[in-house]
Design a protein. Structure first.
Length: 193
């Protein structure tokens, strides 16, 4: 004769009986967060607040911005600058699509994009530099790979800040990469950086 499931917990020290709706108790890969939290609490004696944990992803980020944009704005005026910026972003987005990059954010004349691989990001950076030359402008770009915090539809965290700093020190028409990116793509880009 089988005993009721809630009596089984009496035979395990410090255990408690928790009933889950339907088949939720059958944990599988990527299973129920509710049952996984209960198991974690039982095994560790602590309950983490999973909702407040940040979601993090490994990504390669590319920062690209126009060199001496303030001087160009003064020279072209607001309307001319707006037209140039629209053309610039059109060309940048063409290259992002071609290299499977995802635009994360734009600010002023800069763009932040994410890639699933560093080689692709570096090639995209070079393509952006080359494509916007026909507009008479120069771009600098920085590439870094690291764990990024997912903030809604955007990325943040130290990896993003490192990428921004690398982009800021790049020379005009240069795609500057972090040591991490250099190590990851060693021999795999196909063209010199």
């Amino acid at each position: 004769m089988w005993s009721r499931p809630d009596t089984w917990s009496r035979h395990i020290r410090l255990a408690k009986y928790v009933e889950f709706p339907e088949m939720e108790h059958l944990t599988r890969v990527g299973g129920s967060q509710t049952s996984l939290r209960e198991i974690e609490t039982f095994l560790t004696g602590k309950r983490r607040d999973i909702e407040t944990e940040s979601d993090r992803v490994l990504a390669t980020i590319l920062f690209a911005d126009i060199v001496e944009s303030t001087n160009l704005l003064v020279e072209l005026g607001d309307r001319g600058w707006k037209d140039l910026l629209n053309q610039h972003y059109f060309l940048v987005r063409e290259q992002l699509a071609r290299h499977r990059g995802h635009e994360i954010d734009t600010a002023g004349d800069g763009v932040l994009a994410a890639f699933d691989g560093p080689g692709r990001a570096v090639r995209c950076g070079r393509a952006i530099v080359d494509s916007v030359r026909k507009l008479g402008i120069h771009v600098r770009a920085g590439v870094h790979t690291g764990e990024c915090e997912v903030i809604g539809e955007k990325l943040g965290g130290i990896a993003v800040h490192i990428g921004a700093r690398i982009g800021a020190i790049a020379a005009p028409d240069e795609v500057l990469v972090s040591r991490t990116v250099s190590d990851l793509v060693c021999g795999g880009i196909g063209t010199p950086i």
